[in-house]
Design a protein around this ligand. Sequence first.
Ligand code: ZN
Length: 310
Amino acid sequence: MNLPKKVTIVDVGPRDGFQMEPGFIPTEQKIQIIDRLSETGIKRIEVTSFVHPKYVPQLADAEEVLARIKRKEGVIYEALVPNAKGVERAIQAGVEHVSMVISASESHNKANVNMTVAESLKTLKEAVKLALSHGIKVTTGVGTAFGCALEGWVPPEKVEAVADEFLDMGVCELSLGDTPGLANPAQVSEMVRYYLQKLKGTDVGLRLHFHDSRGQGLANVLAAMLEGATIIDTAICGMGGCPYSPGATGNIASGDTVNLLEAMGIDTGIDLMKLIECERMTQDLLGKELPGQTIKSGPIPWALKKPKSG
Ligand code: ZN
């Protein structure tokens, strides 16, 4: 197999996962989980979102979370922002990297942010400009890039039209999101090949965001890596979902993903046992069983870090 030697895991659980929890997770617990995650060797965590608290009350404590987490050297603490106002809040909170998302599907975008794709592009253009002018790195994501629970098939041209607008804005990373968990490995393979070719020779990275609604998440990761993808979103123990994609479950579980990758000899820099402990703690704090499998069965022994890589 032609697999990358190293893959960067971006744990988006504290944002994508927490926002789907029905009850408010006390700020103290959010901080405890993020701090524990920081100790696993992970390099990137999406810790919160600066969306208006009216829409996502769960993340109304974004500022407090960012102010109180123990920032570990070498870890990038990122946040999702919906507009320029969100960027302003992110700047105030000392965020170095923000993400912004538009759905390629009109229906999903409308349901998600109550704007047409064209309106969203206009809004984000202003937000990207503001972020870049403050030296903040920007990832822009195309959601429902592999299909939409509301509209069905999303033509790749629609995805690319949004991606092209993003690339024109000067972002550093492009993300393709499978919000409803509809992607299959053949489709992922084709898309990743196409986009890596498209981005070749630029400084723009390609990031993949898979939900595991139909159990296809890890197969999609493998397909993406075989094409050369090296930046993958996961969520602590598979938390999450999408309110506007009926039946959508969480992102692929961080523990399962790291277990798979490390067992195949792909370096994530993450200590799997520490990650599993973090997932167990999260499960205990939320008081419910989360979808991740590796915390139930234990890791593949040879997925565990050898002493030399610490
Ligand atoms: Zn998501």
